[in-house]
Design a protein around this ligand. Structure first.
Ligand SMILES: [Zn+2]
Length: 559
């Protein structure tokens, strides 16, 4: 249901009565443009982690924060936080097979499977591992749902269905609506499935790919075969899968047939509340892996405005500095993938917020500006912070993330990602109303964008979040309406996203982006001078973890 707070007919009147909040400084398009121009220039080489482009980017960001009068907020009083990463690539000599009644079926990488490793082991083997079909693999006590039963995954291979148990359910099925209907919950994400398998001691986890339920085709799932990135864990106890990846739907059908099962029938059974994981009889999995493990030292950049009276209470503003580096030449011979929109523009927004918020009287709470590394490799910079936060997450009131802002001009609405998750939605409604705008929920919640940007690293640790992402749904543009907003997204996704074309130009229309960034300015200005702790709504999969730290958040009103 769209949250329509104003209809168009009253909006014109509303706009004349209300001007945007009185700020000392406003978000300036020329400043946004200048930051994007610098970060997206060839000199920065597409800002890949661990490259000369990273060194230039980090130096530039620190310099900007210093110029804006910010204080360092990284490790040991510095401006950065170290993020040790590994980049893994399976050697061509790697083999994997399903043994069916002792006959090996050799799996073709990119055709039958897309497998990769996030382990630091350079050679490892999996021998005769039992294969367990775990359905959707959800263990969701708050929904009274458990796909695992008594099964022990230690030393085994877990095979999952993609998305949530209710994604393909008919309205009459008992599971319908239990996992947010079409909106994907965290249980639907492959990251959750891999983590759950690792937690339960599995050696490998494989998700059966389906175009519709995954939200993207097999070409996307298998676009960098055998390659992966991960945080380099120093903790030896950290449970890690030896192998993870996707199984093509046709290969999955064949595998299930070999075990005397029908994949479609198993899909149906997996939607039943009484479903429990089953072993694929007569099937074993084998793999012999040589992995090239490259170690990369990367960095998050962190700055702050220290609060005046509630300094240990933190509001966090984020973007990611990394982009896709250098790749194959395009038709014009360009090799740098400059990530102008994704996410130099979000980073420019963070710098602008640092500037305009600094121009106000010192807030009661601290405001931390975090520019993450390695978002494009799997939200790794933000995940590294969430695992090892400089400021305790229990007292981090909210995270505000900017990742890809639209460059299509002013809009009548703002697109809401993750409808119904937290009380911050009401803050966004109020801020939008002050600009004479309304909220429109994202158009494809089943694609799970809520889990695909850095704010999510904070959300899964319980910090309430708000994400502005220009590709989450077509905005209702002043010039051209919703149709033009949707056209901008399809042009961007089809031609520029992660490509050489995502470049700076003096002609970029940054008016809509500035308007969106101002929403965060209003919300943060308010929240940083408040004693309020925004909450997750009932039914959110992140409420339970936040509630565990409730006692550490003071309830006395500081004002
Ligand atoms: Zn991004």
């Amino acid at each position: 249901m769209p949250v329509k707070i104003l209809n168009v007919s009253v909006m014109a009147v509303f706009c004349t009565l209300f001007t945007p909040a009185a700020f000392s400084e406003r978000i300036e398009e020329t400043r946004l443009s200048e930051t994007v121009r610098v970060l997206a220039s060839d000199e920065f080489e597409g800002r890949a982690p661990g490259t000369a482009g990273e060194r230039k980017t980090v130096a530039y960001l620190i310099d900007q924060f210093k110029t804006l009068g910010q204080q360092p907020a990284g490790e040991n009083g510095s401006w950065t936080q170290a993020v040790p990463l590994i980049h893994t690539k399976l050697a061509n000599t790697f083999t994997a097979n399903f043994s069916i009644a002792d006959n090996p079926w050799h799996l073709k990488q990119g055709v039958d499977v897309e497998l990769s490793s996030i382990s630091t082991l350079e050679h490892n083997q999996i021998n005769d591992a039992p294969v367990i079909f775990v359905g959707f693999g959800a263990s969701a006590p708050e929904r009274n749902w458990d796909d695992y039963g008594d099964i022990d995954l230690t030393g085994k291979v877990a095979v999952f269905l993609v998305n949530d148990p209710d994604f393909a359910a008919a309205p009459s099925e008992p599971v319908a609506g239990l996992f947010g209907n079409k909106r994907m919950t965290y249980y639907g994400r492959w990251t959750y499935k891999f983590e759950e398998a690792a937690r339960r001691g599995a050696v490998a986890a494989i998700v059966i790919h389906e175009d519709k339920a995954a939200g993207y085709g097999w070409q996307v799932a298998s676009s960098s075969p055998g390659e992966n990135y991960a945080i380099a864990h120093t903790d030896a106890d950290q449970k890690t899968l030896q192998l993870q990846g996707w199984l093509h739907n046709d290969a999955a059908a064949r595998l299930f047939r070999a075990a005397g099962l029908n994949l479609d029938e198993q899909r149906r059974l997996s939607r039943l509340p009484e479903f429990e994981a089953v072993e694929l009889k007569g099937i074993k999995f084998n793999a012999d892996l040589h992995v090239n493990v490259e170690r990369i030292q990367s960095q998050n950049v962190l700055a702050q405005i220290a609060g005046s009276s509630q300094q240990d209470e933190v509001i966090m503003v984020s973007s990611h500095w990394d982009a896709y580096g250098i790749g194959e030449p395009d038709k014009q011979g360009r090799t740098v993938r400059p990530g102008a929109n994704d996410d130099a523009l979000g980073t420019a927004g963070v710098l602008e917020l640092a500037r305009v918020l600094k121009a106000e009287p010192t807030p009661a709470r601290s405001i931390v500006f975090a520019v993450w590394t390695a978002e494009e490799s799997g939200l790794l910079g933000s995940a590294a912070y969430a695992q090892n936060p400089v400021f305790p997450l229990a007292k981090t009131a909210a995270n505000f993330t900017l990742d890809i802002l639209q460059t299509a001009g002013l809009a009548r609405d703002v697109i809401l990602v993750g409808e119904g998750q937290s009380e911050l939605e009401a803050d966004l409604v109020n801020a939008a109303a002050r600009q004479g705008r309304s909220l429109t929920p994202e158009s494809l919640p089943e694609n799970g964008l809520f889990f695909r940007a850095d704010h999510f690293s904070m959300a899964r640790k319980g910090v309430p979040v708000l994400l502005l992402m220009g590709i989450a749904g077509g905005a209702d543009l002043i010039d051209g309406g919703r149709k033009a907003g949707e056209q901008w997204i399809s042009d961007y996704i089809n031609h520029c996203y992660h490509q050489t074309c995502d470049a700076w130009s003096a002609d970029l229309d940054l008016s809509g982006a500035a308007q969106d960034i101002e929403l965060f300015q209003m919300i943060i200005q308010d929240l940083s001078n408040s004693a309020r702790w925004p909450e997750w709504r009932d039914g959110s999969e992140f409420k339970a973890i936040r509630d565990m730290s409730k006692s550490s958040r003071s309830k006395n009103d500081h004002n």
